[in-house]
Design a protein around this ligand. Structure first.
Ligand SMILES: [Zn+2]
Length: 190
């Protein structure tokens, strides 16, 4: 279990030292000398805004310093696992095929968490189903979810943005194909 500096991504032993309740001192990163994770003192809304703005350090904060520490709700895990099975499967396959050198750096759990975190925008899609928005809006949201997924993967894999987008687009295509195949089979059977 290690933490990461949100600025440069290098490992840090601790993020803060607590002297007394409410009295903490944030630790600095040995590598870049900046405060390792200033989000610890920020409100959750600030973190959310930075996630939406695709700030790399916000993704590092959530993926390495928050989610890695707390066990994610099992129910949420199941839902995402079922909903994104094809997406996740293809991502793992692609990682195997194209990113052999990174396989030690990133465990499958990390990738899974990345997808989980950056899919928060899908909540908006669900909301829109209730209010009936035009299809074009859904399309834009979908693109946003994809780019957000790519950003999270890029941070975890320490790869280029193009690589992350490529992986996500491939996986997304597989998900669409899987969904359509399932629909086709269901129509045939029923
Ligand atoms: Zn650093």
């Amino acid at each position: 279990m290690e933490f990461r500096c949100v600025h440069c991504g290098s490992e840090v032993k601790t993020l803060f030292v607590q002297y007394s309740p409410g009295n903490i001192r944030l630790m600095k990163c040995d590598n870049c000398k900046a405060v390792a994770d200033e989000y610890i003192e920020c409100e959750i809304t600030i973190v959310l805004i930075d996630l939406i703005l695709h700030k790399r350090k916000a993704y590092r904060h959530v993926l390495y310093n928050v989610l890695n520490r707390n066990t994610v709700d099992a129910e949420m895990m199941m839902e995402v696992l079922l909903g994104n099975f094809a997406f996740f499967g293809v991502l793992l396959l692609m990682k195997r095929l194209f990113m052999k050198s990174f396989s030690q750096v990133t465990s499958n759990k990390d990738i899974f968490l990345a997808i989980l975190v950056s899919s928060y925008f899908k909540l908006f899609v669900m909301a829109m189903m209730v209010w009936e928005f035009p299809a074009s809006v859904l399309f834009i949201i979908d693109i946003f979810v994809l780019s957000s997924n790519a950003m999270a993967l890029t941070v975890l894999q320490q790869a280029t943005m193009t690589g992350g987008i490529g992986m996500c687009l491939g996986a997304h295509a597989a998900k669409v194909v899987a969904n359509h195949t399932l629909e086709f089979l269901l129509v045939r059977v029923l």
